[in-house]
Design a protein around this ligand. Sequence first.
Ligand SMILES: Cc1cc2nc3c(=O)[nH]c(=O)nc-3n(C[C@H](O)[C@H](O)[C@H](O)COP(=O)(O)OP(=O)(O)OC[C@H]3O[C@@H](n4cnc5c(N)ncnc54)[C@H](O)[C@@H]3O)c2cc1C
Length: 796
Amino acid sequence: MQTTTRVAIIGGGVVGCSVLYHLTKLGWADVMLLERSELTSGSTWHAAGGFHTLNGDTNMAALQGYTIKLYRELEKLTGLSCGLHHVGAVTLADNQDRFDMLVAERAKHRYMGLETTIIGPEEIAKIAPVTNVEGVIGGLYDPLDGHLDPSGTTHAYAKAARMGGATIETNCKVSETNQRPDGTWNVVTDKGTIHAEHVVNAAGLWAREVGAMANIYFPLLPMEHQYLITEEVPEIAAIADAGGEHPGVTDLSGESYLRQESRGLCIGFYEQRCRPWAVNGTPWNFGQELLPDDFDKIEDSIAFAYKRFPALERSGIKSVIHGPFTFAPDGNPLVGPVPGMRNYWSACAVMAGFSQGGGVGLSLAQWMVEGEPERDVFAMDCARFGKWVTSGYTIPKVIENYQRRFSVTFPNEELPAARGVRKTPMYETFNQMGAVWGADFGLEVPNYFAKGNEPGFETPSFRRSNAWSAIAREVNAVRSSVGINEVHNFSKFLITGQNSRSWLDRIMAGRIPEPGRLALNPMLSHKGRLIGDFTVSCISEEKFQLTASYASQNFHHRWFTQNIDEGVHIENISDRRNGFQIAGPRAVEVLQECTDFKVDSLKFLDLIEITVGSTDCLVQRVSYTGDQGFEIYCDVMAQQSLWNTLWTAGQPYGMTPFGMRAMMSLRLDRFFGSWMSEFSPDYTAAETGLDRFISFKKNADFIGRPVAEAERASPPERQLVVFEVDALEADIVSYEPVFINDEVMGYCTSGGFSHHSKKSIAFALVPRASVTDDLTVEIEILGQRRKAKRILEQLL
Ligand SMILES: Cc1cc2nc3c(=O)[nH]c(=O)nc-3n(C[C@H](O)[C@H](O)[C@H](O)COP(=O)(O)OP(=O)(O)OC[C@H]3O[C@@H](n4cnc5c(N)ncnc54)[C@H](O)[C@@H]3O)c2cc1C
């Protein structure tokens, strides 16, 4: 057996083989896959082989589209059949919320170039005749959907990889992964030890065990899953005899997916009475075997399916497939460089290997070979979970995700499982004040505060929610007097050491401020993509605080450590430093009540370390709400004390606590973009206007500079523009298509209702060539095209 390799991929399921193939495709031929048994020996061999593009995350949907289109290419390349059946599929909606969701998905597909259509019950009955359309409002038809042969497809990936120079070692179990001091790996197998520069964990059902070999906890859990194959169904046999094939049907309310299998049907369920499998670890002796049939747990689902697909009731069951496959807490894969590790990569928790495996393989291979994936893959980045994730979090979240697989996902929805795992010291105080909570990177954050008769639960909706007036009240309080909230939604990093400034000059694209000042700073990748929008605060020449998105702290920390310099020390202090933001016309007076320092001597973007009440704080004159305001940071142990000081001082001024919903409304007036909406690795600084914070004057070769310079010389084709939308009862969320002269020319990055200006606002990327001061467009919201007019003047 070969004993050295550039990459050792552990696991020969569809995902490992896809990663192997894509590495060779991008030019790395010295790559090796190690499989403890034969290829497909985990979840892969018993998959139903269905594939589809539908995914709530647009980038995931695009990667699913890539995966599906890849199969023909693989067949051509290898001469092997993937057993493709591009029969199309329809997803059914039998209530308004489900229908709204499908219509919103269809809208996103417009600019993605996916040819989906919304069809009515009659059309559904025509193209999918085994469906009883009683009660069905409509459906989303996707001609790309279909099914394939799982084993044939995996072997096609494997053959394509071998053709590119890769080696596959089967019956070769990895028992240890030991890192050498130089960051490379000794991969110990029962056939000997392999020295690999990189390790990829693609061990599927055993990803947890393989991760533990390197002391890594992967938040994933296998779930049992069952599908049934019927005997011949006369209606299907008739279609087959006529040379046709019945399309797939996903019934959201029945939580089932159905398709033709030979002359019968295949139907699988995401049942509510679901069960995790091998919670404490996948046995090594689990082979190509199935779990015992279990009709009890799918009894209700079957009863429902009999009504939706009456032919099922008349046909006998030929076989039952019941097997395990893995899920992460949010159902998306865990992909990328594992934070805190060198040369260790994850390709785990891929719950839909035949929809997603190609995209996962492509993205990971790009990351390894080119340094970054071509698009924003945060939705599947393993850095989206922090060290705080334990099995106590993973298990209930995975169960919740399985049960909600076919549920409607609302933009304002907060999911109930595994809540309260992380709280700031303000939790009880805010709870008593009526906080209605959301979760951000596991942390409880107030969305708004319910006063009097205001609702203590925000109804999930695509339309304006029942929290509307509570949010309006909070916005009004900030704009007219003073509001207070925590700065928990920021990550905080402390940068110290003699080379801090020069390091920041290289890592950040903007100007690094002098002591006592702060500056907004885009952070760019080598390809010039936006990978952060930071506030850089210079406390002293060798001490800086960086703040950015709380949820992206692992993502950013990983980048910092990958690009560290000598003489720089980086600490993630996000959970050790917290504090408050006070904002509004009375904010200066409130803060003045709490300190001897002359508060109004602080200019915009100044900072100072002073004592507020009895607490030592870092005070910054800046506010994301767009008002006069301050961010006041302190040690978390002193946070309650700081609260008492500020809250007491604020009472005569009518100080009001406000939550994230009000904050996201307030930012609209100033046209402030937000991270992962306007600012994400999908975009460059020049596309989103953040290039105004790039310092081209600075004498530093900052990462991404060549791309930024090139865009300065020749501006990119897209431009971020702000619109006032003639919206009715629903506002912009994201990815709604923008029509110019009846053609889809762009899409929204975010938006919402500005309670201050009483306008519905959209941020959208449109072709630069089309941008005029009075540009008028149409934006599709819940299936309706609404007029939108560009606005140039901020609304404050
Ligand atoms: C009943 C059922 C129906 C499904 N239907 C569909 C469907 O219709 N469409 C769809 O897209 N997905 C479906 N899936 C999910 C799909 O099976 C998985 O997404 C996919 O198989 C995951 O592939 P993988 O390569 O990540 O993992 P696995 O298939 O589990 O592969 C992991 C491999 O790693 C090997 N390995 C583990 N540890 C070691 C080690 N220490 N040394 C060497 N090798 C090791 C294993 O032997 C195994 O071959 C279904 C799953 C089930 C259970």
